[in-house]
Design a protein around this ligand. Structure first.
Ligand SMILES: CC(C)(COP(=O)(O)OP(=O)(O)OC[C@H]1O[C@@H](n2cnc3c(N)ncnc32)[C@H](O)[C@@H]1OP(=O)(O)O)[C@@H](O)C(=O)NCCC(=O)NCCS
Length: 208
């Protein structure tokens, strides 16, 4: 782990790491906004300091991974769709909540698409349940709001993995998640492998 994020989250994230996939987190700290390179800062110039700080923190983690994979340090600006742009040969995903930033990075020869999302561990609010969870999923999770939160985090991670590949907007109900099977299927036939870790936060990793 980079920065002073909680040890339990550090431990939990290790379970998501594999030889082909690097994932880590960092506590978002004042000053992280200054780690944004000019091209990155230019791609998010209208955003608040808080948002740029979180984006800077995620890019500190991602740049560490680029170095570990033997790639030169480079800017990871936002594309017009919001997705980060990666150098040739690398694919990755970023996420942040109020305090923690996460980055997941892989080589394109190993993984076609990757998405990551993080939320505070806890239940999904009742008013989000209908928006996020399909009737079939609702039956499978027996209306459990904690498992519903897992579905929410998974679907956000899946969107981040697939949107750069397919350029398609997805609604939550376009994705069907099989939690025990750690997999999901989209309405347009994409099969996704899922990995979760749970500590102070829930982190979902979606792999295409
Ligand atoms: C992409 C999206 C899911 C991000 O969720 P979020 O909770 O707002 O923000 P997070 O902190 O989790 O993630 C932010 C990161 O997502 C990444 N991201 C943003 N848009 C993206 C896209 N289209 N594709 C891939 N990654 C994207 C960026 O790296 C961003 O970090 P950055 O601003 O530092 O570059 C959301 O903003 C979005 O675009 N939603 C529309 C589609 C949707 O929600 N459909 C229902 C779910 S299937």
């Amino acid at each position: 782990m980079i920065g002073a994020a909680t040890p339990s989250l550090q431990q939990a994230l290790k379970s998501l790491t594999s030889p082909n996939l690097l994932i880590d987190c960092r506590s978002i700290a004042p000053g992280d906004e200054f780690s944004l390179l000019p091209e990155e800062a230019g791609s998010m110039a209208t955003r608040s300091v808080k948002a740029r700080r979180a984006s800077g923190a995620a890019r500190i983690v991602a740049r560490g991974f680029l170095a570990r994979l033997g790639f030169p340090s480079c800017a990871l600006p936002k594309s017009p769709t919001g997705a980060p742009l990666w150098p040739a040969g690398v694919i990755g995903s970023l996420a942040h909540d109020a305090t923690i930033a996460v980055a997941a990075v892989a080589r394109t020869r190993d993984v076609r698409g990757v998405g990551v999302d993080i939320e505070l561990a806890g239940p999904l609010s009742a008013n989000m349940m209908g928006l996020v969870v399909t009737p079939a999923e609702r039956q499978r999770i027996e209306n459990d709001p904690v498992r519903a939160m897992h579905l929410f985090v998974a679907k956000e991670a899946i969107y981040k993995a697939l949107h750069p590949l397919d350029g398609r907007f997805l609604e939550y109900h376009d994705i069907s998640v099989d939690l025990p099977g750690n997999r999901a299927l989209t309405r347009n036939g994409r099969a996704i492998e899922l990995r979760f870790c749970l500590s102070t936060h829930i982190v979902a990793l979606a792999l295409v």
